[in-house]
Design a protein around this ligand. Structure first.
Ligand SMILES: Nc1ncnc2c1ncn2[C@@H]1O[C@H](COP(=O)(O)OP(=O)(O)OP(=O)(O)O)[C@@H](O)[C@H]1O
Ligand SMILES: [Mg+2]
Length: 270
């Protein structure tokens, strides 16, 4: 981590009619880190991600990415930002009628003016990079397993060589082994490619396996940001519940922690 914030969220408030989803969100994502974003279902994680991606606008507040206020960019600046980020949306969002190769090539077609053969070559390299065999290239998404489809989504997210990767629930729907493999892949790629990663997840195993820090979205705010181990004893009721439930205990057991460590409590002031 270099200490430089590449994403700065300040005072974000989001309301859909009377329904207030965010009420004063502040968050920094630092260059080179993997930041996990957790929170209950419906707490507004995907909405916050989509605001950072400028796919929707917050009701109030400011979001800066690479020093640019994203609500105030020229179309060139927006295009440049688009090229510097890769996104794996919740659910994958692959084009079901296109082959894997065409799916992975889609951002290149949009942003890069390259001969088709070169785009093919780049896309095939990314397909290999995420651990898929070249035979996958000609298949359609529905011919692949869930884990393979996630890898295709990741290859597409990486095809423009982004600086930031956004992942929304990357391991949802995968079995534990598939999820662990995918976690490992994300960690490995982020190290090799020097990526900054913002990852929305429910998956406690993922938090411990890959995240440098974890931000918790609860009560319409970011109530804590800390390395995962430091959150174990946090007093906030949602955080406590999250880490002390059965999934929390299982993840901690994998980390060499025990249920006793948890129930004995801690200072809670992380
Ligand atoms: N376009 C919209 N119009 C109205 N309400 C919306 C819209 N988009 C999201 N919401 C509401 O905002 C809240 C937050 O949704 P969001 O999808 O961000 O939750 P989440 O934390 O990602 O949940 P999950 O863990 O289930 O993915 C929900 O109550 C949702 O119904
Ligand atoms: Mg979501």
């Amino acid at each position: 981590m270099s200490g430089e914030a590449v994403i700065e969220v300040r005072g974000v408030r989001t309301a859909f009619g009377d329904h207030v989803v965010h009420d004063g969100i502040d968050l920094d994502v630092y260059e080179g880190e993997i930041l996990g974003l957790v929170g209950g279902s419906g707490s507004g994680k995907s909405v916050l991600l989509n605001e950072i991606l400028h796919l929707i606008s917050p009701t109030e507040g400011d979001i800066t990415v690479f020093g640019h206020d994203i609500s105030d960019m020229t179309s060139d600046e927006r295009d440049e930002l688009d090229r510097r980020r890769g996104v794996l949306f919740q659910g994958g969002a692959l084009f079901s009628q296109l082959t894997v190769l065409e799916n992975v090539k889609a951002p290149l077609r949009r942003h890069a003016d390259l001969p088709n053969a070169i785009m093919d070559e780049i896309a095939r390299m990314k397909i290999a990079m995420v651990g898929l065999g070249q035979e996958a290239a000609g298949k359609q998404p529905f011919d692949l397993s869930g884990g393979m489809r996630k890898r295709v989504g990741l290859a597409r997210a990486l095809v423009m060589d982004p600086d930031i990767l956004f992942l929304d629930e990357p391991t949802a729907g995968l079995d534990p082994i598939g999820a662990a493999e995918f976690d490992h892949l994300i960690k490995q790629l982020s190290d090799i490619l020097n990526l900054t990663v913002l990852m929305v997840t429910h998956d406690l195993d993922s938090l411990f396996a890959v995240c440098d820090r974890v931000a918790v979205l609860a009560d319409k705010k970011i109530v804590a940001v800390a390395p995962p181990r430091e959150l174990i004893h946090h007093k906030h009721p949602w955080i406590h519940e999250y880490f002390s439930g059965p999934r929390g205990r299982a993840a901690l057991a994998g980390e060499g922690e025990t249920a006793q460590t948890l129930s004995s409590g801690g200072t809670g002031d992380s």
